[in-house]
Ligand binder design. Sequence first.
Ligand code: ATP
Ligand code: MG
Length: 728
Amino acid sequence: MLCLKSNMTANLLDGLNPEQLAAVTLPHQSALILAGAGSGKTRVLTTRIAWLIQTGQVSPLGLLAVTFTNKAAKEMLTRLTAMLPINTRGMWVGTFHGLSNRLLRTHYRDAGLPQLFQILDTADQLSAVKRLLKALDVDTEKYEPKKVQYFINGNKEAGLRPEHVEVFDPYTRRLVEFYAAYDAQCNRDGVVDFSELLLRAYELLARNDMLRTHYQERFRYILVDEFQDTNRLQYRWLKMFAGEDSALLAVGDDDQSIYAFRGAHSGNMNEFQRDYAGDNVIKLEQNYRSHGNILDAANALITQNATRLGKNLWTSEGKGEPIRVFEAYNDQEEASFIVEEVKALHRDGTALVDMALLYRSNAQSRVLEHALFSAGVPYRVYGGLRFFERQEIKHALAYLRLLANPDDDGAFSRIVNFPTRGIGARTLEQLSDAAQAANTSLWQAARAQFDPAKAVKGLPGFVALMGAMQDATQGLPLPEAIEHVLHMSGLAAHYQAEKEGADRLENLNELINAATVFSNDPEAMAELDEVGGPLASFLAHAALEAGDHQAGAGSDALQLMTVHAAKGLEFHAVFVGGLEEGLFPHEQSMNEKDGIEEERRLMYVAITRARRRLYLSHAQSRMLHGQVRYGIPSRFLDELPSELLKLVNAKRNSAVPASHDSYAAPKSNARNNTSPWRIGMNVRHAKFGLGVVVNVEGQGEDTRVQINFGAANGMKWLALAYAKLEVA
Ligand code: ATP
Ligand code: MG
């Protein structure tokens, strides 16, 4: 038996390099693994968990592991069960949000929450802020709801409640008042937003000695992946769980820190060293993911950043293929090129799931999706408009939320008159006043006013409907309950009658499927079903889920996502599109301190997702947010050593797609113009550098050209008679 066990341990540790082995088998002490992309950080972390359990040093329930996304957490559990035949039920492996949710559900009373508290996602939160500002009669030109939301979240993520925010001016004072009123509204409604999940969990442990001691003694091992992207509150959250006897392992890569814009605090690495790891810093330098050319490109790019802890990666694999660079005439041509290449790779045996299309901005996906759809290539988009964020799904969920918690005013407001029941704005205003006067929720106020027994129409009808729905769904399995809700609420009939409602109806059916899948997934249930029953856990799942239960999950499909969402993943072939100044690097970053360095790290993340084949493309013009933009190639292309790159041409012979006309810029005289300058041409100017011609006007000596010189120098009109322009 013993022999068998040590054999298995050997299997677990097989193939690790000496540094990885040292990290996996660290004694009971804290350490920081600081290492570049693809060096096996996540693998080390997962293997360490397996090793600790297998060698009996800790029970599965005695460790806490935090990763960045639900996808990564699931992946970790899958890898774990592949290594060890254990039951992962009840294990604390998840995201900061998911684990906070679990903690708060378990100790809802101590946390001052109703048992069935609901989670507001970002869009719900914005609606809640709008509702508040309306109730307070605030001028939303002066105090934009989005800014108020940003202010609230920023402070929560810094661990600051309204009374702790420093106020220097009247404007901020107002914002703080809104923050306090918003918190009061959430408490009344029994809802928490994403940042509140973390802050509540943190405060719960900070305040409650008994609970804190319990968890600190329980978690002898704490492991965190992607540590470089934690914010201040998350770090403080981790520290709450760490007791005298807890060994912490943080793994991260400063070169992949890409969430500064959301408050990630790169200083956490230093603080972690000071607080826990000391000199126990392990570096991993061998990359197991990518072929040499890809790795060399990534290394060359990232050395351009000044603020780095500094490390280099090497691989024992060969150089592999060159990196393919494609210059498209416009975004449609870029998309067709990508589709053709994907099809060719697929024909040669690469599974679609092993290929990814990465882009800087979600808005880029539409053209790509269209091309894929037309070509019949199955694909999945991650993190776009998530399934649970669609309007019809939100409506359905609001009915469910109200059933779970009648005091949820956000849910009430969303559906009280949807589908329309002839309830007017005036009635709702009166109701809102009555609720305010009696200090109750909208639902309670409505209940108090009407005798539901006799009601059919209007507000009384709604009260009666919810009562009937409550009775009808009592005790039913989740999918059946949802089916009832869809019909009784009138949502199904509403979308059936709508001309464009077929898709929405299908999505509503998909919601029933999602509930079925959820109810049959013991892990999902175990993760969330601490208290509150299936409905509450399903709703929490809907708020926290990153869209993994979309239709078609699990089948072979090309993967589409932003570079941010691709963190930690790897693919045989990766396409990075839209490498143009202003898009990637993004124009917003140009005004921010260290903005370009963060964009470069993002590019580093993009490149290092590829195992074997990497395509980089840019287009001379593209349609974005309803406007044609003319772009010059991204500086990041210039920063890659040219010997690693190979320029490729589209396989089709027509260089310019038929639809190109629709993109023709301001119908200038360019067409009948005899001048040699054409739209789309690359030019060089002695002072402004490289640019693209976007417009031509006038004739002969009077010719003027408009040129996009990129983010640094912007758009300029130049008179050709004077400007020293040359073709680049
Ligand atoms: P990222 O920074 O992108 O998150 P990472 O450092 O977490 O990367 P992993 O995802 O753990 O890297 O590993 C990258 C790839 O290398 C994975 O496919 C992993 O299985 C493989 N790998 C890691 N270590 C070894 C090893 N010793 N032998 C063979 N393959 C390895
Ligand atoms: Mg990783």
